[in-house]
Design a protein around this ligand. Structure first.
Ligand code: 4NP
Length: 151
């Protein structure tokens, strides 16, 4: 089983979208049992998925009931195989919380695609369509790479 933790700032927009998109993609490919997928934030918001992000998931038939944001903690480094941030500033905060990355577990989601870069924070841009497209593109690319690891 591969354990994946998606990380953003608040854990109410981008990383929950990534969590539930990847769970959905894996399920559709019959691979749900191969992965353990969660999400966390580098700051603590302590609430449910933000309504515009929840609506984007719902538009695609994906639910996120019961998800409450939680903060990234140092113990997550041992617990997960991959800890995947959405933008450079997430990676900086992740290193601050987690310390060194001797096992090379820290990555950016779009680095799995052929167009690496940051996924801008829709909390500030209010552009949930772009965030959705980029998160989904990243998750598809990630899943295709992970599938080659499983075989
Ligand atoms: P996220 O977006 O990191 O994609 O969950 C944010 C949500 C809330 C805040 C910042 C970013 N906030 O400052 O409350």
């Amino acid at each position: 089983m591969i354990k994946i933790l998606f990380v953003c700032l608040g854990n109410i927009c981008r990383s929950p979208m990534a969590e539930f998109i990847l769970k959905d993609l894996a399920k559709k490919e019959g691979l749900a049992g191969q992965f353990h997928i969660e999400s966390a934030g580098t700051s603590y918001e302590g609430g449910p998925v933000y309504p515009p992000a929840r609506r984007k998931l719902a538009e695609h038939g994906i639910g996120c009931d019961g998800k409450r944001s939680r903060q990234l903690i140092r113990a997550d480094y041992e617990k997960f195989d991959l800890l995947i941030g959405m933008e450079q500033s997430n990676l900086r905060s992740m290193r601050r919380i987690l310390g060194d990355d001797p096992a090379g577990k820290l990555h950016l989601l779009l680095d799995y695609t052929d167009q690496p870069g940051d996924i801008d924070d829709p909390w500030y841009t209010n552009d949930f369509d772009t965030a959705w497209r980029e998160v989904e593109r990243g998750c598809r690319a990630l899943l295709s790479q992970l599938k080659s690891r499983l075989s």
